[in-house]
Ligand binder design. Structure first.
Ligand code: IVH
Length: 703
């Protein structure tokens, strides 16, 4: 046993805390069983039976009971997955049963499987007239091999493969993987489960997105991210990198003579692993002879891009365990198994240039132009570089040989610089100051990694997205104006700005691909119908960044009419419930662009000059005008985020009078740090004192 096992005095109950009544102990047992069942349904079977909130409620109940009776805490309790222990180093673990590697068949699918099948039949001395050999075919997961040791049904040790003989103890991190049971029912006294720890692509993408946001180094691929997480010394760190697990075999196990289970086939082993609660890949199946192995390779290969995780091939294993034993091993590789690879998902190639693409939301993305390279099953000539900071962090320059990754259906990306000579002088990449599509100014918001085009509706790159957004059901609800139609309208330069939609005629529409006169008329009818709308729908439809449906409604309610919104200062916008500085700035910037105002004017101007979109305007919300009408406020000291002027503007926008000295007539004093005599005076006179948060709450009518 290694040192960190001592962290859990598993069998000896802790001496601290009061002894628990039997009833409590039984309750704790019952809660754990329920939580374990739910976790298995959620993490392994992908079929939750209770809402998350219910799980949390029971989890908290268990935590509370364990808090009151620490003696009841056991290492396999669902509350004990992350223990927060930080190790000095990873302890070596000698594998009782060595962890082998698999021979990789490099031939084409058909001849590879046939060669393997022929070898197996020859070794087993099977005659041609004998039945086909039964194999188990499995995906080859692209993660890292793990051996999980259970003693008396409890997870006691998790070890990496290492050199196959000696690995490293990573129990503390593996315990954080929810798909791995901490305790087993009906398992033999000693059981070693072999399988693969990996990271799902979605988890990997989210992790890298978080790293990018924090300005930290991103991981090259899910395997590297998983390997790094597994080898963390601090399990808290590992827990932040969500890992998954598939079981595919056994290591040491209680022998049959000592009452251990008897398996005749590998397939039975996998069924047993499933029954103990381990995830086994859904694709796993038996296959008769070489032809079914070839079919499996083809089928799994075809679905590879849609799988939620990376695989680098498939594995074929002889199903009968007695045959596995007689086939035996050759050096470190079993003769009863073989791996068959798929095209690599990472390749190196020359980066010839870096272009900038403008996305449908205005985001500028640097894109690498590559010497054509076959990766992940397709020929790739472009790959994303994400943003300027990524380029700098990866240190890649035009002329470098780079590693390109394409996994699943995601956009290929440049993950790093491949070692190699670099041309003598290449300047660092810089973002253009003007949008390459429309020439509008390019900006980068504070704290953001991405550059954006400010062109908005004016920028062709953003037009399609803008039109689809405008037409969607929850905005202007223009039925029939879908992606294919918008593509044609924009590509054919028929629609350049939103108002062009309402200028469409029957002949122009009916002339488009796949547009009969009838459907063209339907689109025109839908456009006509959409003209009668509401202010929130119209506002939302404009596609102002940060303005979703809820904000659009808040804005309409607060200001009553569109003109008031268009002319509002950032301070006035900040008075709207749930509108913060970023949203206020975005709205203000949008309406500060003359071309955006022009679009709005055309849309709402009556026909025949304009499009004739109408809605009913309301009166501004009562408190929008009156929240501080007739009140006198005194500012003193330094506020944490607002400047004195900003605070003053906001107060005045809400109808308050901002005064310089405190008197009996003062309604509120807003005090920051280093507030002096004015604060003292307020306290003396009993005038309410607010901090910045208090002031903001008051302004929004929430105080
Ligand atoms: S069986 C006797 N099955 O591939 C062979 N290995 O070279 C023992 N791997 O790093 C391994 N998916 O972690 C087996 N379905 C699968 C596998 C698999 C991935 C990995 C394994 C090891 C390597 C073996």
């Amino acid at each position: 046993m290694t040192e960190n096992f001592d962290l859990f005095p598993a069998e000896k109950p802790s001496s601290s805390g009061p002894a628990a009544p039997e009833k409590v102990a039984a309750k704790v047992q019952e809660l754990r069983a329920r939580l374990n069942r739910w976790a298995h349904e959620y993490y392994v079977l992908d079929a939750p039976t209770v809402p998350d909130g219910e799980y949390d409620r029971v989890y908290q109940q268990l935590e509370a009971l364990e808090g009151a009776y620490p003696a009841l805490i056991t290492p396999d309790s669902p509350t004990q997955r992350v223990i927060g222990a930080v190790l000095d180093g990873l302890a070596p673990v000698r594998h009782v049963v060595p962890m082998l590697s698999i021979h990789t068949e490099t031939d084409t699918e058909a001849s590879g499987a046939q060669a393997f099948d022929a070898r197996v039949r020859k070794e087993l001395k099977l005659a041609e007239s004998d039945l086909p050999v039964t194999y188990v075919a499995e995906p080859k997961f692209d993660g890292l091999a793990m051996s999980l040791r259970y003693e008396n049904g409890r997870l006691v040790q998790a070890a990496t493969r290492g050199d196959g003989e000696v690995g490293e103890d990573v129990t503390h991190n593996i315990r954080t993987i929810r798909q791995i049971p901490l305790s087993l029912h009906n398992a033999p006294p000693v059981l070693e489960v072999r399988g693969e720890v990996y990271m799902r692509r979605a988890d990997f993408d989210a992790l890298n997105e978080r790293q990018r946001e924090k300005g930290e180094k991103t991981f090259v691929n899910p395997r590297n991210a998983a390997a790094g997480a597994v080898r963390q010394l601090d399990s808290g760190m590992a827990a932040q990198r969500p890992l998954s697990f598939f079981a595919y075999g056994l290591g040491a196990i209680t022998p049959a003579e000592a009452g251990g289970p008897v398996f005749a086939t590998h397939y039975e082993v996998l069924q047993a692993l499933k029954s103990w609660g381990f995830p086994v890949a859904a694709q796993v199946r038996t296959a008769q002879g070489a032809s079914e192995l070839v079919a499996f390779h083809g089928e799994v290969g075809a679905s590879r891009a849609q799988l939620p995780y990376d695989i680098d091939g498939v594995v074929y294993k002889v199903n009968r365990l007695d045959w596995q034993r007689s086939l035996g091993f050759k050096t470190r590789e079993p003769r009863w198994a073989v791996a068959h690879k798929y095209p690599a998902q990472e390749m190196s190639t020359l980066m010839e240039d870096i272009d900038v693409q403008v996305g449908r939301t205005g985001k500028l993305t640097p894109v690498a132009r590559l010497a054509p390279v076959f990766v992940g099953g397709v020929t790739v000539t472009n790959a994303t570089l994400h943003n300027v900071f990524e380029i700098r962090k990866k240190g890649v320059r035009v002329g470098d040989t780079v590693i390109v990754r394409r996994a699943g259906d995601v956009i290929p990306e440049v993950v790093s610089r491949a070692p190699g000579v670099r041309p003598a002088y290449v300047p660092n990449f810089r973002m253009p100051k003007a949008c390459p599509i429309c020439g509008s100014e390019v900006v980068r918001e504070k704290g953001e990694a991405n550059h954006r085009c400010t062109g908005g509706l004016f920028c062709a790159a953003q037009r399609k997205e803008a039109i689809l957004h405008f037409a969607q059901r929850r905005a202007m609800d223009i039925e029939g104006l879908g992606e294919k139609l918008v593509d044609q309208l924009v590509d054919g330069q028929v629609v350049k700005v939103l108002p062009d939609l309402y200028r469409l005629g029957l002949t122009a529409l009916a002339a488009l691909d796949r547009m009969a006169e009838k459907s063209a008329q339907n689109v025109l009818d839908a456009l006509q119908k959409s003209k009668q709308t509401t202010l929130p729908r119209f506002l939302f439809g404009l596609g102002i960044r940060q303005v979703g449906e809820a904000t659009a409604k808040d804005l309409a309610r607060h200001f009553g009419g569109l003109d008031a919104i268009m002319d509002a200062s950032e301070e006035q916008l900040l008075l709207v419930p749930d509108v913060g500085p970023i949203v206020a700035q975005s709205i203000h910037t949008f309406f500060a662009q003359p071309h955006n105002r022009e679009v709005v004017e055309q849309l709402r101007k009556p026909a025949p000059d304009g499009c004739g979109i109408t809605w009913e305007e309301g009166a501004p919300a009562e408190r929008a005008l009156q929240v501080l009408a007739g009140k006198t406020v005194v500012l003193t000291g330094t506020l944490p985020t607002l400047s004195r002027d900003e605070a003053k503007d906001m107060l005045e926008a809400a109808g308050a009078k901002v005064a310089g000295s405190v008197s009996k007539k003062t309604s509120y004093v807003v005090a920051g740090t280093e507030a002096g005599s004015k604060l003292a005076k307020a306290e003396e006179l009993g005038v309410p004192v607010l901090d910045e948060d208090g002031m903001l709450a008051l302004l929004k009518g929430q105080a």
